[in-house]
Write a protein that binds this ligand. Structure first.
Ligand SMILES: Cc1ncc(COP(=O)(O)O)c(C=O)c1O
Length: 383
């Protein structure tokens, strides 16, 4: 996505509204310049360690390992847990494809699991029914800033001896049972791409409470090189290290994460108020934990509206709004067409094919939200 700089136009005029836009100011500039002037611009440098410590502290966990991006974090997490060829990993059918791509990157196969009827996150019943003898792990995705309730998932994992990875790419800061997501499973993975609630440009991280996993994550991230013996490689590793430049952005962004989440909440509340009672449009979802606001999801009753999701998207784009489709259900796309799956993927298919993601970012002006909501209301009214 290439965020465009816009300002609200006078009433009635067309606006150009990006799907997302990072909140950057003098703080990022200062830390970035500090890193640049220090000449520590690769993965050695004080900001990397500081960012990892700050992130771990924010999540209430002992260890964080920064990475080049969220996909690398997922791959690193699975490789650290020993997932490889011949293994299967349960994943939701409704997620951004990187969740499944990371499984393939290890040589393992994903097993696709359905969403709950009333919510887009993983359905524990579908999960339990999809477990095969080859399943060694599962990835829970906290999609769209809503925590997937972990207790039933962890109970199933314990019963079947499954390792648990949490994909928290879209969920930094949201909680389940009062605890921030990321620390429920063996390893949590985050993304700091520019459209996420905080960004390092490209970037990601793994978090864990287990000191042995922490060491393995660090070693695999850095070429599998031995500690204390330079250029001696213990095993095949990756280079997934975050740069000091990215980490400088990360330190700045974490310092104001609460403020940015609050600004996102205000945008979300205005959308809720403007879109809450439109016929044929569903926006409100019961969420047991404390949610955070990423992009703004809504789901269309395409039959009642006499309007397909793609027609709605085309109209919004015509109006200058960079709305996006919800993620396509994985089983419909070529890389996942042959993947083993739960018996029935109806819920994830419905969510995936009827959903839209509207722009949401901290500096979105009320006039911009009103403009987007007005266009959606016009669609609902058949205008
Ligand atoms: C659910 C989910 N998982 C994984 C990723 C991958 O993160 P990245 O783009 O940083 O590789 C993303 C986001 O892009 C995501 O939304």
């Amino acid at each position: 996505m290439a965020p465009q700089r816009t300002s609200p136009s006078p009433a009635g005029q067309k606006m150009t509204i990006p799907i997302s836009r990072p909140h950057l100011d003098q703080r990022e500039e200062r830390y970035l310049l500090e890193a640049l002037r220090s000449t520590w611009i690769s993965s050695t440098g004080p900001f990397v360690e500081r960012f990892e410590e700050d992130l771990a502290a924010y999540l209430g966990l002992p260890h964080a390992v920064s990475t080049t991006n969220g996909t690398a974090a997922l791959h690193l997490a699975l490789a650290t847990l020993g997932i490889g060829p011949g293994d299967e990993v349960l994943i939701p059918n409704l997620t951004f494809a990187a969740t499944g791509n990371a499984v393939y990157m290890t040589g393992a196969r994903p097993v696709l699991v359905d969403s709950r009827p009333g919510h887009w996150n993983l359905d524990p019943d579908s999960l339990a029914g999809a477990i095969t003898p080859r399943c060694k792990a599962l990835i829970v995705v906290h999609l769209l800033g809503h925590a997937c309730p972990m207790e039933p998932i962890l109970a199933i994992a314990r019963r079947h001896g499954l390792l648990v990875v949490e994909d928290c790419a879209e969920a930094l800061g949201c909680t389940d049972q009062g605890r921030r997501v990321g620390g429920f499973g063996h390893i949590g993975a985050f993304s700091f791409f520019a459209n996420k609630v905080m960004t390092t440009g490209e970037g990601g991280a793994c978090v864990t409470s287990d000191p042995a996993l922490f060491e393995r994550l660090q070693d695999l991230r850095a070429h599998g090189m031995a500690r204390g013996r330079q250029y001696w490689h213990q095993f095949v590793g990756f280079n997934y290290r975050m740069t000091n430049l990215s980490a400088a952005l990360g330190v700045a962004q974490l310092e104001k994460l609460d403020h940015m989440l609050q600004k996102r909440r205000e945008v979300r509340r205005l959308y809720d108020r403007l879109l809450g009672s439109l016929p044929g449009i569903r926006i409100n979802f019961e969420a047991p934990g404390q949610t955070i606001d990423w992009l703004y999801p809504l789901f269309l009753d395409q039959e009642a509206l006499g309007l397909s999701r793609d027609q709605a998207l085309a109209s919004l784009r015509e109006a200058g709004i960079d709305a996006r489709p919800m993620f396509y259900p994985l089983h419909l796309m070529p890389p996942f067409a042959e993947a083993p799956r739960a018996n029935g993927l109806g819920n994830s298919t419905r969510w995936g094919l009827s959903g839209l993601l509207l722009p949401l970012y901290p500096d979105m002006e009320p006039a911009q939200v009103e403009y987007v909501a007005g266009q959606v209301a016009a669609l609902a009214a058949g205008a």
